[in-house]
Design a protein around this ligand. Structure first.
Ligand SMILES: Cc1cc2nc3c(=O)[nH]c(=O)nc-3n(C[C@H](O)[C@H](O)[C@H](O)COP(=O)(O)O)c2cc1C
Length: 146
C-alpha cells in the first residue's frame, strides 16, 4: 500500500506533528510505503493520485478545523484527488468526544461527500502520543483497507 498523510497544524513540532510521525512509523512497520505532507489551502494535490490511501487530519483551533486543511478541501483540487482513495480521518482537539463528533468532524466530512472514509478518530491531546491509541487507529485503518 502507498499511503500519504496529509495534515495541518500551526504548531511546528507540536502534538499533531508527533502523532503524524507515529502513524507513519506504524504504517511503515506494517509494510506500507508512507509519505507525509503539510496541507496548503492553495496547493496542487494532483500528486495524491499516486497513492492508494490517505490519512487526513488536523487540530481544532477556536472551534474550526485548522485552516489550511479546511481551505484545501474547499478551494483546491484536493477533494477531487481523494475521490477514489481509501481515507482515514483524524482530528486533534481538547473537547470531549461527543462534542467533537457533533461540531468538528462534520466540518471535514461535509467536504468529503462521495469519498471512501474507512475510519475516523477524534483524539485528545494526551492521546496523540499514546502508542496504544495510535496503534488501534492504524490497525483499524489497515484492516478496513484490505
Ligand atoms: C490556540 C488554540 C485554540 C484551540 N481551540 C480549540 C477548540 O476550539 N476546541 C478544541 O476542542 N480544542 C482546541 N484547542 C486544542 C487543540 O486542538 C489541541 O491541543 C491540539 O492537539 C493542538 O495541536 P498542535 O499541538 O498540533 O497545535 C486549541 C488549542 C490552541 C493552542
Amino acid at each position: 500500500m502507498k499511503a500519504i498523510i496529509l495534515y495541518d497544524s500551526r504548531t511546528a513540532g507540536g502534538s499533531t506533528d508527533k502523532f503524524v510521525d507515529i502513524v507513519g512509523r506504524k504504517l511503515a512497520e506494517k509494510g506500507a510505503y508512507v509519505e507525509k505532507a503539510k496541507c496548503k489551502s492553495t496547493g496542487d494535490y494532483s500528486f495524491v493520485r499516486d497513492f492508494d490511501a490517505v490519512i487526513l487530519g488536523a487540530p481544532i483551533y477556536y472551534l474550526l478545523v485548522s485552516s489550511q486543511l479546511l481551505g484545501a478541501l474547499v478551494q483546491s483540487n484536493l477533494r477531487e484527488a481523494l475521490q477514489d482513495k481509501k481515507i482515514g480521518l483524524f482530528l486533534a482537539c481538547g473537547s470531549p468526544e461527543p462534542m467533537a463528533n457533533l461540531l468538528y468532524l462534520p466540518q471535514l466530512k461535509i467536504n468529503l461527500a462521495g469519498t471512501h472514509i474507512m475510519t475516523e478518530r477524534v483524539l485528545a491531546p494526551q492521546q496523540l502520543t499514546d502508542e496504544a491509541v495510535i496503534g488501534k487507529f492504524v490497525d483499524d485503518f489497515w484492516e478496513a483497507c484490505k
